[in-house]
Design a protein around this ligand. Sequence first.
Ligand code: PEP
Ligand code: MN
Length: 346
Amino acid sequence: MVIILEDKIPEAKIQAIMNVLDARHLRPHLSVGEERTIIGVLGNTSQVDTFSLEALEGVERVVRITDPYKLASKTFRSEPDVFDLGKGVLIGGGHFVNMAGPCAIESYEQLDSTAQAVSQAGAKVLRGGAYKPRTSPYSFQGEGVVGLKWMREIADRYDMLVVSEVMSEVDIEGMMPYVDIFQIGTRNAQNFRLLKAVGQTNKAVLLKRGMAMTVDEWLSSAEYVLSEGNDRVILCERGIRTFERAYRATLDIAAVPVVRAKTHLPIIIDPSHAAGEEKYVPALALAATAIAADGLIIEVHPDPPSAVSDAAQQLTFDQYEDLMKKVHTLEEVVGLEDGSNPANWL
Ligand code: PEP
Ligand code: MN
């Protein structure tokens, strides 16, 4: 349920409404926007009488949201989010962010050379898994905190941010000093306890789409993070599982406009895990740029054939540099550089 307040409502009246909601054991979530001030009401609102709320002074109208998510919904906030990921790197509302790095952190040298190459090409966020969700327990599982320490030092050297996957709540505390953005991988996209746990941190969350998730299920997962008080959630489409086996996963590019119609959250594309082979990555990355996604996350490795995970899909430094030139050109064409709002023209 969303309570839309009257224009220019004084602070004291807002507080009075919040008190009424508290007294009824509802969970009000205030959002003061440029245009409107709105209260999202969480919890079980099925028994709440909307007429009695509409009668409160300062309330314009009350809207029931039938979607399983509220804070993620456009009814709650109609303008696309723009937020700082750290170090002044903005995402959303036309601010396009490039994230890149190896699938897994393998060594200090591997990460250092990759960070140098991708930052020169325009990436602002360094990616790299320290805890790897591998299908087989006998495959390389990641360097853990040792790798994250390297990553923090290297990212700071190139003035980059760090995104890395968290696979379990028990790892959150240990990762906190080193990461700027917690990545939730496709396999954990409906691990609700993990989603709640990252929702209780002050780090932005990159939420990959589960490989068999509908858009509404994905937004419901985002709601788990938002409802814990963390409002910096980035959605990431990385391909879903379909009958097609010619590539690794079917990149659901249509999710971009569909998500824009349903939510204010930014959405980026991971072409690497959808493609599964490096030769398909550039086409998918350019499609994502053309459809005005809010950014890209791409796997890059100094020597892809020797990579310990996802060797076939990682780009070389030269391939990434070449692709980024095209991405930047296309960004100008679609008008993203001036901070214009793609949701207005999609
Ligand atoms: C990754 O980013 O390396 C990864 C494992 O991604 P996904 O969860 O999309 O498979
Ligand atoms: Mn990978």
